[in-house]
Structures are given as C-alpha cells and as structure tokens.
Design a binder for this molecule. Sequence first.
Ligand code: SF4
Ligand code: SF4
Length: 78
Amino acid sequence: MVRAEVVIDEEQCQGCGYCVKFCPRGCIVIAGDKFTPQGYLLPSFVKPDECNTCGFCAMLCPRAAIEVYLNISSEVPV
Ligand code: SF4
Ligand code: SF4
C-alpha cells in the first residue's frame, strides 16, 4: 500500500497558510484549533489518500517546516 505522509514541524511553522492555499488537492487545512508553541495557527495534513506527493507545500513553505514522504507499506490492503 502506498500512502503519502506530510510532516509539519510545529517549532518552525509560523502559520502563514501558504501550504493550505497552494496545495492542489486541498490536503492541508487550518482548522483553528491547533497552535504552534509560538502561538501561530498550526495547519494539519488531513487527506493522506488524496496527496500526490508533488511537494509544492514543502517548496513554498518559507520556514522549510514541511517534509513530504512516500510511505510504502508491505501490507496488502484487503
Ligand atoms: S505534497 Fe502536494 S498534494 Fe501533498 S499535501 Fe503537499 S502540496 Fe498537497
Ligand atoms: S507554509 Fe509553512 S510556515 Fe506557512 S503555515 Fe504552512 S507549514 Fe506553516
């Protein structure tokens, strides 16, 4: 099974929302209920099945707070 993973470093994120605005698949949202240690609104990666690992979010993040992974599991889905 192949699944995308997007990891957001909450220590680096400054809540600008670029990753939310420019993800072509709407995979990242700012729900308004999570905050970074510095008090910025923290985005969440919410659609691992929609993400195509294009990397736009990581490239656009001005704080280099995002890492995109392709997680390949040996488990065969039923
Ligand atoms: S890698 Fe691409 S599709 Fe996935 S969350 Fe980032 S911008 Fe969206
Ligand atoms: S683009 Fe980077 S700094 Fe801006 S909200 Fe997303 S993760 Fe945070």
